[in-house]
Write a protein that binds this ligand. Sequence first.
Ligand SMILES: N[C@@H](CCC(=O)N[C@@H](CS)C(=O)NCC(=O)O)C(=O)O
Length: 227
Amino acid sequence: MKFYNAWYCPFGQRAWMTLVHKGIDFDYIEVDPYDETESWMAISRGAAMVPVVIQPNADGADTTIVESNRVIEYLEDLQPMTPIFASQPNQKAEQKYWMDHVGNNIVPYFYKFLKAVEPDQKQAYLREKMIAGMVTITEAMDHMGPFFDGAELSAVDIAFFPFAFRIETLLGEYRNFHLPTEGSSWQRYHQWYNAVLKHTSFKTTGTDNDGYVNRLIEHYQPYSLGS
Ligand SMILES: N[C@@H](CCC(=O)N[C@@H](CS)C(=O)NCC(=O)O)C(=O)O
């Protein structure tokens, strides 16, 4: 399988964590997704976005998947061992609900907050919306944990954690933003955060490399300046 990614990309990290977690063999291909060459447009089916995974099939045709959550689902179908989705349809639908919640109620506010240079009402609004999204998903976590669904890593953790990590590192650096630590919801959040942070699937996505956090911070500097 070919995996097209950009090292800094949180959406790509979802696909990468899933590949690692499931022990799928893949060739990692680093690309600049913004460089819309003819070949990249063809590879990415016109999306010009990472992640992209391409799987050759027995009949010689390739299957190309774009969109990180679709990649997670495809990899689960391809390699059902070490499952990251529940087998019961109702539980699986619930997991997809929370994956969508991350995309709708956390991700956009994270980016907008990072780009909001002025410490004004708009910035405060974006920060509060992001926090509200995080509290809502935290309150839906399994009470024992440490992961969202309990003892094992699931697709919800994979969809959320790359953004939780950037909230911690980038907003800490550029917006002096630090999540509360007091109260049962925030304690549960930090229990979850520390468990996924230590999980092999996350540590094997380049984050253990020397200077990873500094390079990430540097990469996102233009965002922090509003561009
Ligand atoms: N909805 C997409 C978003 C992927 C995405 O935005 N990737 C960024 C890099 S982090 C990208 O490739 N941007 C290139 C572009 O917007 O042209 C997904 O979930 O995979």
